[in-house]
Design a protein around this ligand. Structure first.
Ligand code: ZN
Length: 499
């Protein structure tokens, strides 16, 4: 039986009730699997031998014998059970290890962006990390590890994608979360030890510094290893003198211990290869090249096999807008980090809050020579909100007003310089002008950081105020959604010049 034959039979059985996603059609041993949609939702369709079709969950009323040769067709749910069966049948639907290949993470807060993300990656030699969500984002979007991973895989299935991809459990602080993400099938883990990083060390006087330092159990061992040792990196010499060694040790030693503990857990618990990222980006202090050197040498010495390291790089990194700061100065300091990473070797540098940092991308990819990973997330949500503004201006206006009311509360966990008074009064904007709001930093950040409040907002009866309507509009205008989103992510990827 060929593809046309299958489609003809499917149409005959269901008339015109469903539209087929042609890219999704796959077959194995004369069983066919593909995605369809009606005017409400997407469904999986299975056509094949009755014993195969029976295993998939769906409404019995949607099961049909399609011709005399004993084949059955069934329209099934997009649920975890069915996805599990598909992943057994088509093993390329399982996420995999990335290693030192250049990679790019596309966080997807609504869980419907993967087909658009895959379009953006087409023809690019960049390993896509399609499932990527932080513990904080999951709480704000009321999702969980399994849902994040499943949504991304359904997106791969819809797009007919057979290439490799990764799944990043992002900014994980606790071993319990690592365990859960491992159980769900994540392949990459981003450890965030920021709760263990001390930010007060620079303010201590010498006596306080010495006193604290002497309490560190292995301080004498560290002195033997590092004190007055110098490292030649490019034409610079990095030296651990007494003061800098004490300060750096006190700042990072508990964090390093925490990372070692998490790594040892993963090494024992995760039975297959995994990518490990260590992120110290979410701390108030900029990571100096000397601190970078110290943490990497310590991770190596203590046997932590990591692939990515995210530092807090120089400049002002704000969500959803361009890099704020002196790009030339950034380039100068970053080049030292990049040379350091290449000199020590064996890991990539990772850029967080990578959304819309267009001026930084060429520098980042060039200096690392492609040994880089970049994370974006909020920018996909912003493109989705932009599509709402274009297609359903009335809904966008409601969301915008709600975001203004919630901004002060929601900004607390972010580093932002947003000034609401610079956002135009939307009552004075025409529907056509709303889209311009997505070109301006203040209005971008307004929508960027209030996503959790917007998605969780419920009325007195407990019904979502915006969430369901947002999904409905994006479902109805799926082509526009995918096009805007993939163009936008593509703009990011085009700037990774050395890949
Ligand atoms: Zn981060």
């Amino acid at each position: 039986m060929n593809k046309e034959d299958i489609l003809r039979r499917f149409f005959k059985a269901y008339f015109n009730k469903y539209t087929i996603y042609h890219s999704s059609i796959k077959s194995k041993e004369d069983n066919y699997f593909f995605l369809v949609k009606d005017d409400q939702a997407k469904h999986l369709t299975v056509i094949g031998k009755p014993e195969v079709v029976k295993k998939f969950e769906g409404l019995v009323s949607e099961e049909k014998k399609i011709e005399e040769d004993g084949l059955f067709a069934k329209v099934c749910y997009l649920n975890h059970h069915n996805l599990f069966l598909l992943r057994e049948t088509f093993t390329y639907l399982n996420p995999s290890f990335c290693g030192l290949r250049a990679s790019f993470g596309t966080g997807d807060r609504l869980g419907i962006a993967t087909p658009a993300h895959l379009q953006a990656f087409q023809g690019k030699d960049v390993f896509p990390i399609l499932a990527q969500q932080s513990v904080r984002e999951m709480a704000r979007t009321e999702r969980n590890w399994q849902k994040v991973l499943d949504d991304a895989i359904w997106g791969c299935f819809e797009a007919g994608y057979e290439g490799p991809f990764g799944a990043d459990a992002d900014h994980v602080k606790k071993v319990e979360d690592l365990k859960e993400a491992t159980d769900c099938g994540f392949t990459m883990f981003t450890l965030d030890p920021s709760d263990f990083i001390r930010n007060d060390i620079g303010r201590l006087n010498k006596q306080e510094l010495d006193q604290l330092y002497n309490q560190i159990p292995n301080s004498k061992e560290l002195e033997k290893l590092y004190l007055n040792r110098s490292y030649k990196i490019a034409n610079q010499e990095l030296i651990f003198d007494e003061k800098s060694l004490k300060e750096i040790t006190l700042t990072y030693s508990e964090a390093i211990n925490h990372v070692v503990k998490c790594y040892e857990f993963l090494k024992d618990y995760k039975k297959s290869n995994f990518d490990l990222e260590i992120s110290v980006d979410e701390t108030p202090t900029v990571t100096s090249p000397l601190a970078h050197l110290f943490v990497v040498l310590e991770f190596k010495r203590r046997g932590v096999n990591f692939q990515n390291l995210a530092l807090h790089f120089l400049g002002d990194w704000q969500k959803g807008i361009e890099y704020k700061g002196d790009v030339k100065q950034f380039a100068k300091e970053f080049s030292l980090h990049a040379i350091l990473a290449k000199t020590i070797g064996g890991y990539k540098l990772s850029l967080h809050t990578g959304s819309d940092k267009f001026s930084v991308y060429p520098i980042f990819s060039r200096e690392t020579g492609g040994l880089c990973h970049i994370k974006t997330a909020g920018t996909s949500w912003l493109e989705e909100a932009k599509v709402i503004a274009i297609k359903d201006p009335a809904l966008y206006r409601e969301i915008h007003r709600f975001a203004l009311e919630n901004f002060e509360k929601d900004r607390a966990s972010y580093n932002l310089t947003t000034d609401l008074s610079r956002i135009p009064n939307i009552d004075k904007l025409s529907d056509e002008q709303l889209v311009d709001l997505f070109n301006k930093p203040d209005s971008r950040q307004l929508i960027h950081i209030t996503y959790g409040s917007i998605l969780r907002a419920r009325d007195n009866e407990g019904k979502y105020i915006f969430k369901d309507r947002i999904y409905k509009v994006l479902f109805q205008y799926e082509e526009d959604h995918y096009r805007e989103l993939s163009n936008h992510i593509r703009r990011h990827l085009e700037l990774l010049t050395c890949i």
